[in-house]
Ligand binder design. Sequence first.
Ligand code: NDP
Length: 256
Amino acid sequence: KSRWSLAGMTALVTGGTRGIGRAVVEELAELGAAVYTCSRNEEELKQRLEEWKVRGFDVGGCVCDASSVAHREELFRRVSSCFGGKLNILINNVGTNIRKGTAEYTAEEYSKIMTTNLESSYHACQLAYPLLKASGSGSLVFISSVAGLVHVGSGSIYGASKGAINQLTKNLACEWAKDNIRTNCVAPWYIRTSLVEHLLENKTFLDHVVSRTPLRRPGESEEVSSLVAYLCMPAASYITGQIISVDGGFTVNSFD
Ligand code: NDP
């Protein structure tokens, strides 16, 4: 097997119809993996599956709200039957945010962010474990955020959810190493996607982001998906438990 290929591997990417998740689906499929994905909007999902088919990618998918326990269980039943009870790669990508001051959050907002970002990923790991183990060679990648490493003004619940994911990466890397499952985490700074386009449309805000970023621009989804794909390859076989920022230098810059 080539060290720089995903040929013959199977992957599940949560939230694959837009943004980072979409780029990850396409990157993994292009490198030869059979991919399964999900999202909530059925129309958009159908449209993407059609586009991927035309491009010759092996991608299946279903509607699933990753924040619902029942939906997650159904998703994994489908993935298991689709891939014969085995899975090489799980990318926990789904995430959401509500930006406000800590004193302003309601209990419902706390629950929505924590459930979508942390609980859904945690439970997906539990559901994926037997499948990853059965594959003989598993790779878990979380899409976290620099907000889980430093304060970026994006709201403390989001930061706490991503910080928990960063630690979970280290726990699972150690706990499941015996099953030949590697666990890594990618922490992006601003990436141009539907999640943040309303923020980056504001010139003052964009200028502020750019001024703190050594590479002087936000990132693109493809600049995240390339690292995600690399982490899943045989070429990365000794890398586990790592949190890698894709941030144009943001987290190492404290002077600008
Ligand atoms: P987008 O909102 O652009 O895309 C999210 C994707 O996930 C869509 O396909 C969406 O489809 C799907 N999705 C969202 N919620 C659910 C859900 N509950 N169940 C199933 N699918 C869902 O987000 P990004 O690509 O920007 O973000 C992806 C990840 O990257 C998130 O975890 C985010 O926190 C993280 N991140 C993003 C950064 C950025 O600047 N963009 C920076 C740092 C981290 P649908 O709405 O139809 O369900």
